[in-house]
Design a protein around this ligand. Structure first.
Ligand SMILES: C[S@@+](CC[C@H](N)C(=O)[O-])C[C@H]1O[C@@H](n2cnc3c(N)ncnc32)[C@H](O)[C@@H]1O
Length: 247
């Protein structure tokens, strides 16, 4: 039986090099797409991937989600449920970081399915490969212009990343393009609150860190405009989890 990397290779629109346990479409480039600021730069350091899953993401996530937002395990459960993953499905984890969600998706789709983790940072993917079994496949590529063929995946997940892309709307176009009809998307991203002083502070924080602050309802409307239906939105602190099905 073909390996997960070989099966991933067949879904790509262009040939990729084999990196250290992952496929690589970025070659010598240090990052995918134009730089968007401090947070994106931090993701490419060698230290951050070592502390990312255990300390960085849970702590930062709690600060941004507030006391009532989901735990990390809760986020993974919610993403898996909202994607309605079934054994045999193909699922793409965009901006997968160290692969926490990708590994869970791999378990949900089983050996007949394929979980793909895509990220632009070599250091993140090196850690992801070290933490994963051979059932998942990782790809170094640009999340904004996805290199997969059209209508190839049953689910797209993009957690904690859309707000740091240079062109988030183009990324959403890409997500819709690679999804099969009836496929599902789930996103966790920023959400500015309605109260004016908070909006100003949140916008300044976003500019300083190089992250875009979306308005409540903005991402849902963008999905609707791209043909998604059954849209759900969950807000916690300055975050939102938005899911939908491509009709
Ligand atoms: C905060 S981490 C999120 C990781 C994981 N999804 C999670 O929720 O924990 C953001 C990731 O986005 C990646 N990233 C940012 N811009 C990207 C781009 N244009 N293409 C591919 N990956 C990108 C970074 O390398 C980083 O690993």
């Amino acid at each position: 039986m073909a390996t997960a990397l070989e099966r991933l290779e067949k879904l790509l629109a262009e040939p990729a090099e084999t990196g250290d346990g992952f496929l690589d479409l970025l070659g010598a480039a240090s990052q995918a797409g134009p730089p968007t600021g401090l947070t994106q730069r931090l993701m490419r350091t060698t230290l951050l991937p070592q502390v990312y899953e255990r300390y960085w993401r849970p702590a930062l996530g709690r600060a941004l989600k507030g006391p009532f937002g989901p735990s990390m395990a809760g986020e993974v459960r919610l993403a898996t449920d909202l994607l309605h993953l079934e054994p045999g499905d193909t699922v793409l984890d965009v901006a997968c970081g160290t692969g926490r969600f990708t590994r869970a998706f791999g378990a949900a789709v089983g050996p007949d399915g394929l979980a793909i983790g895509l990220d632009g940072a070599r250091s993140m993917l090196t850690k992801a490969v070290a933490e994963s079994s051979s059932d998942v496949a990782y790809l170094r590529a640009d999340a904004v212009h996805l290199p997969l063929e059209e209508s190839t995946v049953d689910g797209v997940c993009c957690f904690a990343a859309l707000h740091m892309f240079a062109e988030p709307e183009t990324a959403l176009d890409s997500f819709a393009r690679v999804l099969k009809p009836g496929g599902r998307v789930v996103l966790l991203t920023s959400a500015r609150r309605g109260w004016q002083p908070a909006r100003v502070a949140e916008s300044v924080g976003g500019i300083l860190s190089g992250q875009r602050m979306f308005d409540r309802g903005e991402v849902a409307a963008s999905l609707r405009a791209r043909g998604f239906s059954d849209i759900t939105e969950r807000y916690a602190g300055v975050t939102q989890i938005v899911a939908g099905r491509l009709t």
